[in-house]
Design a protein around this ligand. Structure first.
Ligand SMILES: [Zn+2]
Length: 510
């Protein structure tokens, strides 16, 4: 299942985005929240805010308690159905009346895209409370947030979550699985296994037209190639390659989706409920939105918003033929997605030292597992910097991130659940490297709430900064034409890894 944020969620998001236009606004807004929730106001830095995400853990606990108390959820657990089968059981096909306007919507899409629907998928509707039950069941089965897309995708999500926790970007107590409790109520619809699901009740509303049109695009994408859409997106080796394909897939669907008005929906406008939606939106959804930070928003919604910008820009220069070509042969890096000239030139990532070399340098000790390996890409770097430095710095942040040449994340697990993560990023030129180093130092300073310290006693060719947080230990190493973020849950492991990296033969990229 590919969850889509609902139009209600999108509205919430807009509220959030306008609230995040300025970093100080975000902070004062969150202070207000804490004031009312906890009875005290704090000048919260982002990291404090994240640390206090125990509030989030409380929301998740409440949701779990609801799941545990609900009879319908218990029946689902006892049914042995996977989440796809459960979705089918909890939903019903829309009425023949609603199908009349679905046909109109499909016709509009055909016109716009120039591709005919050979057939239409089944359109099924699921109520908000049954969606909530489905969420409980999917969390129980661990079949959400990558779970249904195969183990490798879920594995990568977990690897990245561990790294983010070690950077203080995420509450360590929240697994991606637990977080899906927060995300479920934000879903407006999805496409899965030949059927489109919309969340709501009949008669369907104007915002459902948008959802249906968006999901019909996914149905068409699924029909267009021999590869199933789900495998096209998730059957790859890194978070970056998933993100590239998500931007393409969601960008196209967002570019084509239809904003309903009476004229567009003629002659069936009277079959649609035009009243104000989301009066009964679950309490959890706005709460979950309030808990999101800029970083989360970039990670959760960029495929729809920035993905749409990407698709629209390619469309403007090359038409639908250029989009078709990208589906055939997707961009190699997020760098290419973000910079049209680099896409045109198909500029490849720089070649980093082998995983084995790094493993041999830092994890020879038998306490460490085999490394989980991932690539995060330029957008991730930009999101990271934006989160700390704020939207007001966005031009500088984008520029600093634009020098990205390659990156790689390695995460090891050790005895007693200890973790060690090393993220290496190399930049295109010496100037880019210097900009990247300055931006990451500023990031560390902001994340650490001013508690960053320069590490002493290193060689002349290396410099490093350290931040020892409450439950995480981060080192930023500038060495060998690369920047390295080292994160561990003990200061000893972080320091040992830093010294080990200095034994690597420095690679040259420029
Ligand atoms: Zn979508």
């Amino acid at each position: 299942m590919k969850a889509e944020p609902g139009s209600g969620a999108a509205a919430e998001q807009q509220v959030r985005q306008s609230a995040t236009a300025d970093e100080s606004e975000v902070l004062s807004w969150s202070e207000e929240r804490w004031q009312s929730e906890w009875g005290f106001g704090l000048n919260l830095s982002f990291v404090e805010w994240r640390y206090r995400a125990s509030y989030l853990a409380g929301l998740i606990d409440d949701e779990q308690a609801w799941c545990d108390s609900d009879e319908g959820v218990r029946e689902l657990h006892e049914s042995n159905l996977d989440s796809g089968e459960a979705a089918r059981k909890l939903s019903a096909p829309v009425s023949a009346e609603a199908m009349k306007w679905v046909v109109v919507v499909a016709g509009l899409l055909e016109q716009e895209r120039g591709v005919a629907f050979v057939s239409l998928p089944e359109i099924r509707v699921i109520s908000l409370s049954d969606l909530r039950r489905l969420g409980c069941h999917a969390v129980e089965l661990d079949e959400w947030g990558g779970g249904t897309h195969g183990d490798s995708s879920a594995h990568r999500a977990a690897t990245l979550a561990r790294f983010e926790a070690l950077l203080g970007l995420r509450n360590d107590a929240l697994t991606p699985q637990a977080e899906s409790h927060l995300l479920f109520p934000l879903i407006g619809g999805w496409y899965d296994d030949g059927a489109v699901y919309v969340v709501g009740e009949e008669p369907l509303m104007a915002h459902h037209v948008t959802t249906v049109s968006h999901e019909l695009v996914h149905f068409q994408q699924d029909q267009q190639s021999d590869v199933a859409l789900i495998d096209f997106i998730y059957g790859h080796s890194s978070s970056e390659s998933e993100q590239i394909r998500l931007w393409l897939v969601e960008g196209e669907a967002s570019a084509l989706e239809i904003e309903a008005d009476h004229e567009v929906m003629e002659p069936y406008a009277d079959l649609i409920d035009w009243s104000e939606p989301f009066a009964d939106f679950p309490e959890l959804a706005p709460n979950a939105f309030e808990a999101l930070i800029v970083y989360d928003i970039d990670q959760l919604f960029a495929e729809y918003t920035s993905g749409k910008d990407f698709v629209t820009s390619v469309l403007g220069s090359g038409g639908w033929g250029a989009i078709d070509a990208l589906f055939e042969d997707p961009p190699d890096t997020m760098e290419q997605v973000l910079h049209p000239d680099k896409l045109a030139a198909r500029e490849r990532a720089l070649e980093l030292p082998s995983v084995q070399d790094i493993h041999d340098a830092v994890a020879t000790d038998e306490q460490w597992s085999e490394a989980e390996v991932d690539t995060l890409g330029e957008w991730w770097l930009r999101s990271l910097l934006t989160d700390s430095l704020g939207r007001s710095h966005s031009a500088n942040v984008a520029e600093a991130a634009a020098g990205w040449g390659a990156d790689r994340l390695l995460v090891w697990e050790g005895e007693q659940d200890s973790q060690l993560a090393i993220w290496q990023v190399a930049f295109d030129t010496a100037v880019d490297h210097a900009e990247g180093a300055a931006a990451l130092r500023e990031w560390l300073l902001a994340q650490s709430d001013g508690d960053m310290r320069a590490a002493v006693g290193l060689s002349a060719s290396a410099s490093a900064w350290r931040w020892d947080g409450r439950s995480w230990h981060v080192r930023l190493l500038d060495f060998g034409q690369s920047l390295w973020l080292i994160a561990a849950d003990s200061a000893e492991d972080a320091d040992a890894a830093l010294l080990d990296l200095l034994s690597l033969a420095p690679a040259t990229y420029w």
